[in-house]
Design a protein around this ligand. Structure first.
Ligand SMILES: [Zn+2]
Length: 308
């Protein structure tokens, strides 16, 4: 059986603009309900059971926690995207990393009554010292390593876009050596997340293409939709693929109600997912989901673990 795991980072504007450095004093979280509803509908059409990485702090708002349970009830996996989405996760002292991981796991498990075994760091910003912590807390896999050949370029672009911010919110992607990490899921070394070994811990790298290791995920496809089919050709022989998306991929931020929450200043950096209409985005997702469905079954990462 060939498996595709669709993985969704449930980032609200609150988390997005922590990273993009354009924070507003108040966020309505209105996109949370809209986005989740749209995702559940869309995934149903393609018989997708996915993995959702939630920021646990957002669940302190009752309506958000209610929606998380809707996601779980629809058969999707709930995993951790940290407690408070620190963009510079890799740069945090070990004590703070431990806190972010432990607290998120506790909150998410309390809500669903299910064990949380997966983690994705904010901004793929992870380092090897998180591995022993993840294992000691009972996590069984991570999906933060992004082994793309354009890591240095992505780091530079992000750094430039955030240049007025402090180091913690400016940082993105993990250790530089991860650009050479395996591009298919693997058991890690005991101490190295980016190296293949024989530990009981699994890394599901963010998908890159077979040729040139270009990103193969939703954000990249919003900018370069023509790479959907050509990129897919280079990976369709793989047994397992991991397609990353975000909540914002299913929200129409161009409507009036978000105009107060999205920075409008000319020249400010805004990701494309906040600028395109939902229909424009869904046209691309339909292409992606249709083509993948020809070769793969859609299962969450926790069910994919057994095949690594
Ligand atoms: Zn995130």
């Amino acid at each position: 059986m060939k498996i595709c795991s669709i993985t969704v980072d449930v980032d609200c504007l609150n988390s997005n603009f922590k990273g993009f450095g354009l924070r507003k004093p108040y966020y309505s979280y209105r996109e949370f309900g809209l986005g989740i509803e749209n995702i559940l509908q869309f995934f149903d059409q393609y018989n997708v059971k996915a993995t959702f990485f939630f920021v646990a702090k957002d669940m302190e708002i009752a309506e958000n926690a209610f929606l998380l349970n809707e996601v779980a009830a629809a058969g999707h996996e709930i995993a951790s995207h940290s407690y408070s989405h620190p963009q510079g996760f890799r740069l945090l002292p070990l004590e703070d990393k431990t806190y972010e991981l432990r607290k998120s796991k506790e909150i998410l498990e309390d809500l669903t009554g299910d064990e949380v075994i997966g983690f994705r760091a904010p901004g793929w910003n992870i380092s090897d010292d998180a591995l022993p912590v993840l294992r000691s807390l009972g996590f069984k896999y991570d999906s933060s390593v992004f082994p793309t050949s354009i890591s240095i370029l992505l780091k530079a672009l992000h750094y430039y876009a955030m240049r007025r911010r402090d180091a913690l919110t400016r940082s993105t992607l993990g250790k530089l050596y991860y650009l050479g990490s395996p591009s298919t899921p693997y058991r890690t070394e005991k101490q190295k997340l980016g190296k293949k070994g024989s530990s009981d811990f699994v890394e599901f790298p963010v998908q890159v293409t077979g040729l040139f290791r270009l990103p193969f995920f939703a954000t990249f496809h919003l900018s370069y939709p023509s790479c959907v089919e050509s990129g897919y050709k280079t990976i369709k022989n793989r047994n397992i693929i991991n397609y990353q998306m975000h909540l914002s991929d299913f929200v129409d931020y161009t409507v009036e109600e978000f105009s107060q929450e999205i920075p409008q200043q000319a020249g400010s950096y805004l990701p494309l997912s906040l600028k395109l209409t939902l229909d424009e985005k869904k046209r691309i997702w339909n292409r992606v989901f249709r083509i993948i469905a020809e070769d793969y079954d859609y299962l969450p990462l926790k069910e994919t673990l057994a095949y690594v």
